[in-house]
Design a protein around this ligand. Structure first.
Ligand code: GRG
Length: 301
């Protein structure tokens, strides 16, 4: 364990960043609804999933890395919301019958269960595109930074990032060794967390040293995050995690926890978290980031 507590002050800061993200997402929903009366059913499906109560970990990391590099949250708000949209798109598609076929997500029927399969597919696609539109259309961001943010997001989301990880996951399913499994985790889960941390730094126009430290931080946190996710899938409380436990085993999936056991997996996650924490040393006012990193290791949802 990291030995760092998630204090009340850090919890309050977490809520503040979540509220900021959700308020901006709501503004974006209203903007999207203008002029899309015919398609408003899909906008409903998009926001059913966006507002279903995720932890908002990626936007929180983006906003806080921006602040820790001397920027304001406002500078990173479009990027933060774009990341949550892409994350939600990936969850909608991941739950589809042709992928993991999960009926519940974030404590509610998954998008295709509530709206139908075609609608869920389109809602995911629309969120993916809206994410890029949100950054590209934000004229308060200087042009060079806007381009860099879009490049970062597309690289981490695409075939060498999150989607590539999903391809490896569906191709190998039960047949993983440890190295391939961790490589897949880095892509499927780690790449978007990497984008979140790097994009926070980029939004603040930080130097390369900070961007690279954020990337190394995210590489370690990303692996730890997925290992904890595996453990929760085996031992978590369904009410807290918002979906049935045991879905990986039911889908015949190898996970780090099924390969190595729960105790070894907890140790590995703690070790990776320790490495991530070291990377935070060069950031100013890194107290919240340190406590948040400890929360990510110790979370039960
Ligand atoms: C283009 C067909 C197509 C698919 C997109 C489906 C997909 C690619 C990628 C799946 C990526 C995926 C679902 C990774 C799992 C990452 C993960 C641990 C998700 C849970 O994240 P939390 O705990 O969730 O942050 P909340 O609900 O709190 O936001």
């Amino acid at each position: 364990m990291s030995g760092i507590a998630f204090t009340d002050a850090a919890k309050a800061r977490f809520s503040e960043l979540v509220d900021m993200t959700e308020a901006h997402l709501e503004k974006l929903r209203i903007k999207v609804l203008e002029g899309t009366a015919e398609q408003s059913g899909i906008v409903d499906a998009m926001w059913y999933s966006v507002s279903a109560g995720g932890k908002r970990i990626r936007p929180v990391l983006t906003l806080e890395f921006c602040r820790s590099c001397g920027g304001t949250e406002q500078q990173a708000l479009s990027a933060a919301c774009a990341l949550e949209m892409i994350h939600t798109f990936s969850l909608i598609h991941d739950d589809l019958p042709c992928m993991d076929n999960d009926d519940y997500r974030r404590g509610k029927p998954s998008c295709h269960k509530a709206f139908g399969e075609a609608e869920a597919l389109l809602a995911g696609d629309a969120l993916l595109n809206l994410a890029y539109e949100t950054i590209a259309g934000d004229e308060s961001i200087p042009d060079g930074i806007r381009t860099a943010l879009v490049c970062e997001l597309s690289r981490c989301t695409g075939i060498s990032g999150m989607i590539g990880g999903q391809v490896i996951d569906t191709t190998y399913s039960g047949g993983f060794d440890e190295k391939l499994l961790l490589d897949m985790y880095s892509m499927k889960t780690g790449a978007l967390l990497k984008a979140a941390c790097r994009m926070g730094c980029i939004a603040a126009d930080a130097d390369n040293e900070h961007i690279c430290a954020a990337e190394r931080y995210a590489e370690n946190v990303g692996l730890a995050f997925q290992i904890i996710d595996d453990i929760l899938d085996m031992t978590g409380d369904e009410k807290l995690i918002g979906k049935p436990v045991g879905s990986d085993a039911q889908n015949g999936k190898s996970t780090y926890a099924s390969l190595k056991g729960i105790e070894a997996s907890r140790e590995k996650a703690a070790q990776l978290t320790g490495k991530a924490l070291c990377e935070l040393d060069i950031f100013e006012n890194n107290g919240f980031l340190k406590e948040f990193t400890a929360f990510l290791l110790e979370r039960n949802y």
